[in-house]
Design a protein around this ligand. Structure first.
Ligand code: 0CN
Ligand code: SF4
Length: 308
């Protein structure tokens, strides 16, 4: 069996930074460190940080007084920041700088008096954070059909922002529908979709040309990982999202001679290795890494944690 690894795949700069914030906080302040929500959407990452003394909570009410608290990479609503400030909690904010950029852009559009539309998936923490960061109502749009249902008068000055981990192609269609509907509209086109999401989506398209099956390593609750699996399926390659090698079903590979592997931005490489090991237990494999775009983006840590 030939195995091709998509390039780039796996950890992005925002995920590396978020995990490092928890690790450095544990080193500097000692355990426990409280983390609001999974730092990134990956059980393996969360369990390893738990092993080092991190405690994960969904609500700040679960954090004891004065405990060091980290906000996850996905960002939080202002109400969460305000609650932490009211309780005087020492906070380290691991919100990805590219998510914060979208928050700031949304605030600027509202300040200009525009009605704000967020293109994103309901229920994802990033969407809840972004909706809760902008001081004003936000209309959430998830599809071209949702655009048709917007009741805002079509001459209203509007602006849109997007979730960072969307499908580039679906988002283009939604933006086109918005532009067709509203006369006075501003927005970043697809630039709010982060570099890591765009690169992993274009890499999975390249991968799909060479393989019969695509395995996307990532968590079921990871938005960007789900988009990678969807793209594989859309281009006609059987594609499966798996957390690790234990979820590999040999039946998927019955007629396959070439298997492609990629990984979501929150999935560590050790889980890709685990999937390759699971493939080896089925039969001999030859692994090659595809050429792809090189990434060398790094984000600075919060000042309190950067090395002296
Ligand atoms: O899987 P993630 O934790 O987040 P989503 O793709 O589910 O939003 O990956 C990190 C991305 C961010 C923000
Ligand atoms: Fe930041 Fe993009 Fe990574 Fe999310 S996927 S943490 S927005 S770089």
């Amino acid at each position: 069996m030939e195995v091709f690894l998509a390039q780039p795949r796996g950890f992005c700069a925002g995920v590396v930074r978020a995990i490092e914030i928890v690790e450095r906080a544990l080193d500097k302040f000692g355990p426990p460190v409280y983390v609001r929500h999974e730092i990134v959407h990956n059980k393996y990452v969360v369990e390893s940080l738990k092993g080092k003394g991190a405690i994960f909570v969904e609500d700040l009410s679960e954090v004891p007084p004065r405990a060091v608290t980290v906000f996850s990479a996905h960002g939080v609503a202002r109400s969460v920041e305000e609650e932490a400030a009211a309780r005087d909690l020492p906070v380290l904010n691991a919100t990805c700088p590219l998510v914060s950029k979208v928050h700031n852009q949304g605030k600027r559009y509202i300040a200009k008096g525009r009605a704000l539309i967020l293109i994103g998936h309901a229920g994802y923490p990033e969407v809840e954070g972004t909706m809760g960061q902008v001081p004003g109502p936000v209309l959430l749009v998830q599809s071209v059909d949702d655009v048709a249902e917007l009741t805002l008068p079509t001459d209203t000055p509007v602006a849109y922002i997007t979730q960072t981990t969307l499908s580039v192609d679906d988002t283009k269609d939604i933006i086109a529908a918005l532009q067709a509907k509203f006369k006075d509209i501003q927005g970043p086109d697809i630039r709010d979709i982060c570099y890591a999401t765009q690169n992993r989506q274009s890499a999975v398209r390249d991968l799909s040309k060479l393989v019969d099956v695509i395995l996307v390593v990532g968590a079921a609750n990871s938005s960007n990982s789900n988009r990678l699996r969807e793209i594989g399926t859309e281009v006609g390659v059987a594609s499966y999202l798996i957390a690790d090698g234990s979820e590999l079903n040999p039946d998927w590979l019955k007629d396959a001679t070439a298997v492609g592997i990629t990984a979501g931005a929150s999935a560590p490489e050790v889980l890709v290795d685990d999937v390759i090991e699971a493939l080896r237990r089925i039969g001999p494999v030859a692994v090659s890494i595809l050429p792809g775009r090189e990434e060398n983006i790094e984000f600075r840590l919060p000042a309190e944690l950067s090395a002296a």
